[in-house]
Every structure is written in structure tokens, then in C-alpha cells.
Write a protein that binds this ligand. Sequence first.
Ligand code: AMP
Length: 480
Amino acid sequence: MPSKSTKTTAKKTKTTKTTNKSKVSPKTTIKSASTSTVKKEVKKSVEKKDKKITYNTLRGMRDITPKNGVIWQNVYSVIRNVSNSYGFSYVETPILEQANLFIRSIGKGTDVVDKEMYLFEDKDGSKVCLRPEMTASMARSYIENGMQALPQPVKVWYHGQMFRHDRPQAGRFRQFYQSGCETIGDSGPVVDAELISVAYNTLRDLGIDTVVNINSIGTLEDRQNYIVELVGYLRSKRSYLSEESKKRINKNPLRILDSKEKEDIEVMEEAPQILDWLSPESKKFFTDVLEYLDEAEIPYVLNSKLVRGLDYYSNTVFELYADDEEFSNLALGGGGRYDGLIEQLGGQPTPAAGFSLGLDRVVMILRKRQEKLEREGQKPVEEKKNKVFFAQLGIQANKKSLYILEFLRREGITVYHNLAKSSLKAQMEMANKIGATHTLILGQKEVQDGSILVRNMDSGIQEVVDQKKIANFVKKILQA
Ligand code: AMP
């Protein structure tokens, strides 16, 4: 109900309008109502309606459609199970953050900061960006939420969208999904090994065997000594390097180590190796991590060219590659130790390590495998299971349906259905289309006597089941 004052204002406006109208000169009225102008306006609006306007996702971004929905959900469910069972707690952070958080932590001179950030000015003039990764956000969150007061280490896991304005190609998007784990507040090598094990076993549980590539880039001090040596070597070979790498000699020489350009790869074969520049403590730390991996029987290869390209890493760095010829060049995940990051962002000195998996690539592999099975005439694993459809006939049954569906859901049972269809024929067609093995039929008679008809779609045999017993009956069908 509008307040008194609003009512008065409304009335006043009306009066003003009438007064204004009476003031309009006859000339203006004729002009605004001129037939040719009106015709033009009508023509324009018809043309607009005829021309179909379509909207597309932005380059490098895409929808997750029902076609892949099941795979995505399965991926999330495995990640949740593995992360929780290793004692990681679920967290979320905002997608939009202060741009400086990433500029400071990832570092200038890196591709992510120099070229790929979705950076813009907010309405108050502050510089913000869509997060390009989660580690810096998590470090901020640890400091901001006083997590140093919690029992250490704090172990968290997450999943969500990241944004990098990169050149889109197979397995590379501008909006992509990552999930990952971070262990903050413990400096032991077992932490690094546990994280690698969680990443490796998550992918294994999803049916993807991987090989872990691992390296140590030592402490900041180790690295500074090594960089002097490396830059000296690169300058002596400058003319053989790619144009991009020539620019990187002073800006980010470590990145040249893992360049994919043919001429760079040749030059880097003779380059000094970072492992030779590690302090005895860093070497011992790295050997300890490898021993844990040996014990856990996690396959790894030492990759002296792996540096990961973000400024905050120290000591252990790793990446996981599919042990599958078709996808072996695609990194499915990566991570490492970042002992200096929390202090750099204004917190107490706090050791930490973490990893993230690229879910788009994981789903891509699972999807391709499923398509291959389908081409070979095999049903995907999920389709081999029994499926139950729920059909209803008549207005009374339609009204009772939501109650039955919710009753089944509370018992942990999912049944396919389409309550918008009233014809039994149409519903049975749908049941056949999705490959239902059984259909529950609720008609007027069943509503009245508290039963449900269960039809075996293969044999056509129908059984009358008491509604009170239907949950157990369906559970047996689904478990068969
Ligand atoms: P990073 O920390 O940048 O190595 O990212 C970790 C993982 O995320 C990578 O191993 C990829 O699997 C995935 N990833 C990184 N960037 C993209 C991208 N632009 N599109 C799809 N996946 C990506």
C-alpha cells in the first residue's frame, strides 16, 4: 500500500502533466503526430523484430551444457571425496579481487600479470581483476581471516572459475575451472608429498593415470645465484634464441627454461642446471620429498627445466601430465611450495604449499574417452545401470506427483520424470528415449488405493506395489 505522501506526489505529477499538455503548441502537436514520422517509426520497429539478434559467449568462454553435465558432476564428486578424506576443508573466495594482490604475488614480468589479467577500473576508480588463479586469493584469505590462530597447518580445498586473457586453443580457455588444495603453516617435505599424492590420486580415481614432473627451484637466495649464472649463459647464446626469449633474458630468464620454441629448447639443453645451485638444505628437502613419493609409489620424472613461471614459488615445483599418448603434452595440474608468499602479502612468515588441477582438460579427456566407447558401440559405464522413470496419468496423479518425487528423493532415489506431459504415451516415449529399465506409473486408481504400478520396460511385466514400500522396491532395482 503506498504511503500517504506518495499518493499526494502521484496526484501532483498527474496535474502537472495535464498542464504541460495544454501548453504544447498546435504546431508541435502536428509535427510529432505526422504520418510520415509514425510510418518511419513503425517500419524501423518491424525491421528490428525481423532481424534476429543473437548473443554468443565471449571468445575463450563457454557453457557447460547437459551433454557434459554428468561428467562435470562426477569430477566434482571425486574431487570432494578425495580432498575431504585427506582432511582438507572446503573454502570459497571472491572471483573479483584487488588487482595488486596478483601483481605483487605472481610478479611483473610473468605472462599472467603482463598479458593475461582481466583488469579494469571499478566504479570507485580502484583497480580490480578477475582472479587468474587461487593461491594468492587463499593467502590473502588466510591473513584476512586470522587463520594463523587456528591449529596449523590449515588445509583447504576449493574449486571455481579462473580468468586469463590468453590465446584460446584446445584445452586453453579464457574462463577455465580449477580445483586445488593448499596446506598453509607447515614446512615439512611430507606436506609437498601429500599434496602431490592428492593431485595424483584424484586424477587416478577419475580414471586418468599421470606422470608427475618435479623439480626444485630452491630458496630465493639459491635462485639469485643461479640466475646470475643462467643470464651469463643466455647472453652468450642470445642470437640463437627466439625473439620472445631474447626479451625475457632480463625480465624473466627462468621462464626461458620451459620455452616450447624449438630454437630455445636446443639452447637450453646445455644450460646450467638449477639443481647444481641448491644449498645443502634445499637439496636435502628435495631428496626427502622424493623419498616420500617413492614410498607412496607415485611415478615421477625429474624435470630440471620445470620452473612454473610464477614469482612466489620456492623449493618444490611440480606438474602432472596424462600418461596417455594422445594427451601427454597437456599439463593437467601443477603446484609447488610458496614459503615466502604470506609474509610478502603482509602476514607472519608462514610456510605453505599447494596445487591446482585444470578441470576443463580433465573433462575433455573423459569426454573423448566416452565418445570413443560410444563409437565402438559400448554403452558408457553410467548408462549400464538401471534407470527408473516416473509417469503420472490424470489430474489427481499429477497433483500427487511432487509428493511422491520428494518422498523418493528423501530416500536418496532419483527418478526421471516430466510432470508437464499429461499423455501416458508421450511419457513412455520419453522413458524409452532415456533408456529407462523400469517405469513407475501413478494413475487415478493408484492414487485412490495408495499403490504404484512398476513396469519392467524390457519384459512389459507390471507389478502393483504399495506406495509405502515403493522406496525399498526402487532401491533394489537401482542396485541390481
Ligand atoms: P597453472 O598453475 O597455471 O599451471 O594452472 C594449473 C592447471 O590449470 C594447468 O596445469 C592446466 O591444467 C590448467 N590451466 C591453466 N591455464 C588454463 C587455461 N587457460 N585454460 C584451461 N586450463 C588451464
